[in-house]
Design a protein around this ligand. Sequence first.
Ligand code: DGL
Length: 270
Amino acid sequence: MHENNLLKNNPIGIFDSGFGGLTVMSAISKLMPKEDIIYFGDSAHVPYGSKSKKVVTDFAVKISKFLIKNNVKIIVIACNTASAFSLNTLKKIVNIPVIGVIKPGSVSAINNTKNNKIGVIGTEGTIKSDAYPKQIKKLNKKIQCYSQSCQLFVPLVEEGWLNSEVTNKIIKIYLKDIVAKNIDTLILGCTHYPLLKKSIQKIIGNKIKIVDSATAVADSVKSLLEKNNLIKQKGIGKYKFFVSDSPEKFKNLGSKFLGNRINKVVKVEL
Ligand code: DGL
């Protein structure tokens, strides 16, 4: 087979600190059902959101090496914190295309805003890095960005408390100030947050459009594959899941994030 055909048939590599990136995988597999995917969830080290840039980047480098050993043709950093901290480093050290979630989400929010006021919510790491406001300003100087870290959202989602009274109260408290800034667009800058989308929308009202970067990332992955002539042409996508801790927990909760049953998960030591 011609070398490029071999590459075309290689899988897409996706990683996250745990389950969250499965929301991105779900969007990618819907858009490109022929593509094979290898997903790595770093469940031994979740959450990334409260860790330092150096620690998260060390994990991201190890995971990327693992994915490359498994012949992936592109790496998708399906985690906002790892994208904010590690995208530039990974781009320098790997020789296949790498894509994070910050730019696609920012572009999608910029395309939506009419009043040039965008809100961003995410983990402590993502918000402190200022990655979204910097990216948005780079693309459009006129836009005002308002950020809020929502540290309790990840554990609430991991507990499956997606629409409880406590969750709604916490959402209200976190989003009060940002909504008062008259934003018309809100970026869910964390891969766990799409599972809270319905509850968040109910609380902030329908006038504010929620941008969940998963679909924007899937579109960008497709464009990047097209640009590099790497789109798989035939077959039905096969999926492999790897984790750094408890495969059982990943199977159960992961199915919720993916919106599909996960049958086999393999634990690996990096
Ligand atoms: N996946 C992370 C993100 O998108 C959230 C979970 C974590 O803190 O590890 O930022």
